[in-house]
Design a protein around this ligand. Structure first.
Ligand SMILES: NC(=O)c1ccc[n+]([C@@H]2O[C@H](COP(=O)([O-])OP(=O)(O)OC[C@H]3O[C@@H](n4cnc5c(N)ncnc54)[C@H](O)[C@@H]3O)[C@@H](O)[C@H]2O)c1
Length: 328
């Protein structure tokens, strides 16, 4: 039988702490060479400004997982169609037989697993005393980013900035209530960046959203929004002055304008990528080395995050009797 899970079903059983644990394990397995994950297939849909991404992965080791996520990114969706920018569906298979064991909505799952990767990065790279987080972008990803950051570094204050003031106000209200945290919508990017311990860039902006000169020593940045060679949220100054950690070096070099554009400009070489996150998790490469270091985690999003999260979702759903079993 195949378990069908709607977005609400996934939201009912998936928690950020469980997801952070699953995703941290997946990054470690990837670094140990226990995963098979081809670079994702990206299809452009130019008339509709859309991207269609096919993301398969096999994860070996203790938490074995096999599956494929189809995710689409359509920035015009919210305004034109009343739909989320990022939509997804995931097919999970039995690694022993290849049979499809679950099909689930992966829109919410994507936001949570993307938050979880930033949670893992923040745990290893942010200062222990980090207490103020600034979030650029107030969309679906940004919400789970703040949830994850607050889980690994309980915050004193968060600020949110968005070109859409209504979205920023709704974010501040909702996340303030959800996390019991002081979250304020602001529009002075320079003041926010100068006061930040942790910065999240989770916007749909194709060009840099703050000036790297504003960064204070010791800041950690989770850079998750852009994932095309020609788009970026960070400027070259930010990248040059940072200890730069990729989710996966190969994925960053295939997709991440945040590192590829400074490379094209001759400001850095590929060696500027100090580590893949899994190497930090497994201790092969150092995490933050001092309180002054500026650290960047560049996330493009990896299929191992999806399949590891989906295994946790399917297990919890079956235990709780959530979802519908069907014969395909
Ligand atoms: N790294 C990953 O694994 C991963 C996963 C999913 C999505 N994404 C990417 O994350 C980005 C956000 O996705 P989403 O689903 O939250 O989209 P969304 O449309 O829900 O939210 C994006 C927000 O960014 C705001 N924005 C645009 N330009 C801005 C600027 N200059 N400053 C501040 N805010 C700005 C928009 O107004 C919007 O509110 C997209 O680019 C998406 O492709 C990355």
């Amino acid at each position: 039988m195949t378990l069908l899970l709607s977005r609400d079903d996934v939201a009912n059983v998936l928690t950020m702490p469980d997801c952070i644990a699953a995703v941290e394990g997946a990054f470690a397995a990837l670094a140990r060479g226990e995963a098979d994950m081809p670079q994702r297939a990206v299809i452009k849909v130019p008339p509709h400004h859309g991207l269609f991404l096919g993301m398969p992965a096999y994860l070996g080791g203790d938490a074995e997982a096999l599956g494929l996520k189809l995710v689409t990114v359509y920035p015009d969706n919210p305004a034109k169609h009343g739909l989320a920018t990022t939509l997804g569906t995931l097919m999970l298979c039995d690694p022993r037989t290849g049979a499809v064991t679950a099909i689930m909505d992966a829109g919410y799952l994507t936001a949570v697993r993307t938050g979880a990767a930033s949670g893992v990065a923040t745990k290893f790279l942010a200062r222990e005393d980090a207490a103020v987080c600034v979030v650029f972008g107030a969309g679906a990803q940004a919400r789970q980013q703040l949830v994850a950051v607050n889980h690994v570094r309980p915050l004193r204050k968060a600020y949110v900035l968005d070109v859409n003031a209504e979205a920023a106000a709704a974010f501040a209200r909702d996340l303030g209530e959800q996390l019991g945290l002081d979250v304020e919508a602001v529009d002075d990017a320079e003041a926010a960046v100068r006061g930040a311990d942790i910065i999240v860039t989770a916007s749909s902006s194709p060009t840099p959203i703050f000036d790297g000169d504003w960064l204070q020593p010791g800041t950690h940045i989770n850079n998750i929004g852009s994932h095309a060679p020609t788009t970026r949220e960070l400027d070259t100054k930010t990248v040059v002055k940072s200890y730069f950690v990729a989710d996966l070096r190969e994925a960053n070099l295939a997709e991440a304008g945040d590192i590829l554009i400074p490379m094209e400009e001759g400001a850095v070489t590929a060696d500027h990528i100090a580590a893949s996150l899994g190497e930090i998790v497994t201790g092969t490469k150092p995490a933050r080395t001092d309180a002054e270091q500026i650290t960047v985690f560049k996330s493009c999003g990896l299929a191992v995050q999806d399949v590891s999260t989906a295994v946790a979702v399917a297990k919890a759903a079956r235990e709780k009797g959530v979802g519908t079993e069907v014969a395909l």
